[in-house]
Design a protein around this ligand. Structure first.
Ligand code: WT7
Length: 580
């Protein structure tokens, strides 16, 4: 950190970074500030109205909202008027199925336009929308659907068998709405509803539900050190911070073509693939296809993408690929940003070389609902730093007693809770977990950090055992739980192991039943088991057989010891350990 080379980022299109009041007044949050363009006259609001209807009713009605590029080469465009019609129809489909305000409706689809229509249709009628990554398998699905007590799921024929298999354990599930696009014959059943048929019959008129700013809008399950994934619940007011940050961190202007590479199953896909960009009436590219440098550069080139929001692992994969940006015309790009895991300085240098632009690192979390620390356009970038707080957000590095630490000292990265209007509203059915995030006025992120003398924040690591692999947050407990369902496995301890491309990979230490042959083949079988039952991205890329796991006297796995062993470090104080 001592001698960093500073990069001057290109000036932002909107000349000045406003202060907190100015930024908020622009989006008419403060009633006293003037015209209430984004809220209903009585002060209520609805994200779907804010993102779609008000643009469709104004001069952006024929502007492209969604540009879809499918897996099979399908290309479709949807204007704000199209999106208004479709989301209203879907809201009618849901009310027709007796879905009520506050009911949980979950989406389990690949990245197709119907996923976005469903998401906003749910919000429009006042339901709570949950999204799930299409790579989720039965254990991951069951955890989410059981805990949220979802009454409706929207999926397709390809993914449906995973739901069918767990349906018996989901007593609250009433209906499964199946989208036909690209799929063979639809399964039949009393609970099955055809998306296409219902949409064809649904009225295109729907009065968006009037929601208070604290009413729930969407929920996403995310991992901690212990237990199953927790349901982070957000409010309708989130759209405000999404818009402020999309404008002042990502610099979105009316004529931009924007591509956020994150999947709607993760928070970045929700907030920066939907809320922020459409809140501003911007154009968003959706690419449903596997990652490849050629495919990605083609998307950037063919759609003349101007603002690109991506992630460090993808950037590192692009860096190392034989196909490089020089083989494409990427001259439309003007602003690059990144999120999800530490952005190493080399990636920024490569960006400068390959695109003539630096990647702007941004930091936030599922719980925060919007970018909180950022390298905003025009800032002097210190490569390796996450940047500075967004206007209005108060971030600090604090000690155990909640006192702010002096510049240069490592501590807990925390935010004044009252300064983040998009902060989660609750953890679903888990007040205790929700409360555990707070220390007085501070929201504790779980990350360790340093603030330097110039007010830049630097990421140090997690203060817990949460793993960040390729930008995806994985809880060791979930992986351990999946591992022990394999018959030969007695117990398992899981850690994040440093990896040059993925940041971390999941490594599992596994104890097998007596007499089991600990072969490479067994490792492959165990890996396949986790992929099949938990999720494709959450399997251990490395497995090591071990005789016994280090545990505390009370029986908790000491992952810290496994990690130190793996890294060849001193294992530290072991006085609380069971004999090891
Ligand atoms: C965790 C949150 C909301 C963004 C997608 C991930 C890590 C996030 C950075 C960054 C270093 C980062 C943190 C954080 N993280 N951004 N710029 N530099 N680490 O959301 O799944 O809730 O994960 O991702 O550890 O706590 P998430």
């Amino acid at each position: 950190m001592a001698d960093v080379k500073i990069i001057q980022s290109k000036p932002r299109k909107t000349p000045n970074l406003p202060n907190y009041q100015q930024a908020y007044q622009e989006f008419s949050w403060d009633k006293a500030a003037g015209e209430l363009v984004d809220f209903f006259p009585d002060g209520t609001l609805n994200i779907a109205y804010n993102c779609i209807d008000r643009h469709a009713e104004g001069d952006k009605k024929d502007k492209k909202a969604l540009i879809y590029n499918g897996d099979d080469g399908t290309k479709e465009d949807y204007t704000f008027a199209d999106m208004k019609k479709l989301t209203s129809q879907f809201a009618n489909v849901l009310t027709g199925q007796d879905v009520k305000k506050g009911d949980r409706v979950f989406i389990f689809l690949p990245s197709i336009p119907e996923r976005y229509v469903a998401f906003l249709g749910i919000l429009k009628m006042g339901g709570i929308a949950g999204t799930m990554f299409a790579a989720f398998q039965e254990m991951a699905l069951l955890d989410r659907l059981q805990d949220s007590q979802a009454s409706v799921i929207i999926t397709n024929a390809d993914l449906y068998p995973r739901i069918e298999n767990i349906k018996k354990d989901l007593p609250k599930l009433q209906k499964v709405i199946l989208v036909e696009r690209g799929s063979a014959e639809l399964p039949a059943g009393e609970h099955i509803v055809s998306y296409d048929k219902e949409m064809a019959n649904a009225s295109a008129e729907f009065e968006p539900a009037k929601m208070s700013k604290d009413d729930y809008s969407y929920m996403l399950y995310t991992s901690g050190t212990t237990g199953k994934p927790k349901g982070v619940v957000h409010g309708h007011l989130d759209v405000l911070q999404a818009m402020v940050s999309t404008k002042y961190s990502l610099d979105i202007q009316d004529d931009d073509i924007y591509w956020c590479t994150a999947d709607l199953g993760w928070v970045t896909g929700v907030v920066y693939g939907v809320l922020g960009i459409w809140g501003l009436g911007g154009t968003s590219v959706i690419f449903d296809g596997r990652f490849s440098p050629e495919a990605w550069y083609k998307v950037l080139q063919d759609y003349k993408v101007t603002v690109w929001y991506s992630a460090p692992t993808a950037i590192r994969m692009l860096m190392g690929a034989p196909t490089q940006p020089k083989d494409f015309d990427l001259s439309s790009l003007r602003h690059l940003a990144s999120v999800g895991e530490p952005l190493n300085p080399e990636a920024i240098w490569w960006g400068m070389d390959a695109f003539g632009l630096p990647f702007h690192d941004t930091w936030w979390q599922t719980e925060l609902g919007a970018i909180s620390i950022t390298n905003y356009p025009g800032i002097e970038i210190k490569p390796g730093s996450m940047g500075k707080p967004l206007p209005g957000v108060y971030a600090a590095v604090i000690d155990d007693g909640g006192r702010e630490l002096p510049a240069g000292e490592e501590g807990d990265l925390a935010l004044k809770a009252s300064t983040v209007s998009s902060l989660m509203k609750t953890i679903w059915n888990n007040q205790e977990k929700f409360d555990s995030y707070f220390r007085g006025e501070w929201y504790i992120s779980g990350d360790r950090g340093i603030k330097d003398k110039d007010g830049y924040f630097w990421f140090v690591g997690r203060s817990d055992d949460v793993i960040n692999t390729a930008g995806e947050r994985v809880g060791p407990f979930e992986v351990e739980s999946a591992l022990v369902t394999y018959p030969d496995v007695i117990e398992a301890g899981v850690i994040g192991k440093p990896d040059e491309i993925r940041g971390q990979i999941i490594k599992a230490f596994v104890v097998t039943q007596p007499g089991v042959k600990q072969t490479e083949e067994l490792k492959t079988k165990i890996q396949a088991h986790v992929k099949k039952h938990l999720a494709g991205h959450a399997y251990p890329r490395e497995i090591e057989f071990i005789d016994k796991l280090p545990k505390t006297r009370s029986g908790k796995i000491m992952r810290r010891i496994l990690k130190s062993k793996e890294l060849g470090q001193d294992i530290g104080d072991t006085s609380t350990l069971e004999d090891y």
